[in-house]
Design a protein around this ligand. Structure first.
Ligand code: ATP
Length: 244
């Protein structure tokens, strides 16, 4: 199921990233690289700092030190909407839909920085092909969708920004086993179309199965990284994250 190998151009490069919330240091100098066209998985226990890393990449938290380069350009100081325009979109943990708006309206919010109507229509078509269930629910109020359907809308909405880098925070959280399978298949499909994916997951086994490269974050530090297939066999990773 793994996505095709990407090329070696510098794509996303995080170096020495430190993030603090007041007196709490959530990330203590994180280094991470995501290669173009691949899926990179980030796994770790609750509170390790995974969401903080994604939020910092998309400008919602600010680094106290370190750098974030995207396609060679330093983006760490850019406001969030400029980071979206630069080609990065996130599907956040907990989905964050507007419950009183329709699915269609939520979807189109993902394109809020864009003006090219033809390109937006093309991406809407692509998102609805990837998520047929979303197409069936377009006129329904988002707050009345099931958890799995809300997850699909959140991912489809992120794709409406036409990102070259898609950040996914816990896409399988709270979903039934069948829907988990669907979501992971769709993530592989998305990567196959050339969109690079950085995937944060509690479901470490599934994440390592679809990723090319993976990082393990523990209390704000990367403790292990490498080929995802190799980490699936790593005794320490197995004991801590794969149930032995
Ligand atoms: P989970 O898997 O539970 O979502 P995570 O790995 O995504 O966890 P983060 O949400 O990034 O972890 O949190 C990392 C640390 O930073 C935690 O100790 C958390 O309590 C702290 N933290 C996160 N957001 C804030 C905030 N806004 N203010 C203060 N501390 C925060």
């Amino acid at each position: 199921m793994a996505a095709p190998a990407g090329d070696d151009k510098p794509f996303l490069e995080v170096e020495g990233l430190v993030v603090r919330y007041g007196a709490v240091e959530a990330l203590h100098g994180v280094d991470l690289v995501a290669r173009h066209g691949t899926i990179t998985a980030l796994i770790g226990a609750n509170g390790a700092g995974k969401s903080t890393l994604l939020r910092t990449i998309c400008g919602l938290a600010r680094p106290a030190a370190g750098s974030i380069r995207f396609e060679g350009k330093d983006i760490a100081e850019l406001p969030p909407h400029e980071i979206v325009e630069a080609g990065i979109a996130m599907s956040p943990e907990g989905r964050r839909l507007f419950p009183d708006m329709s699915v269609e309206e939520n979807l189109m919010l993902g394109a809020f920085t864009r003006k090219d109507a033809a390109a937006i229509a093309r991406d809407r078509k692509r998102a609805l092909e990837l998520f047929p269930r979303v197409r069936e629910r377009l006129h329904q109020r988002a707050g009345t969708l099931s958890g799995g359907e809300q997850q699909m809308v959140a991912m489809a909405r992120a794709l409406m920004a036409d990102p070259r880098l898609l950040l996914l925070d816990e896409p399988s959280l709270g979903l039934s086993p069948i829907l988990v399978g669907t979501i992971f298949k769709t993530i592989v499909e998305i990567a196959k179309t050339g969109t690079t994916v950085l995937l944060v997951e509690q479901n470490a086994r599934r994440a390592l199965e679809v990723a090319e490269t993976a990082y393990v974050l523990e209390t704000g530090k990367i403790v292990t990284s490498g080929g995802a297939a190799k980490l699936l066999e790593d005794p320490a990773v197995r004991a801590a994250y794969l149930g032995g």
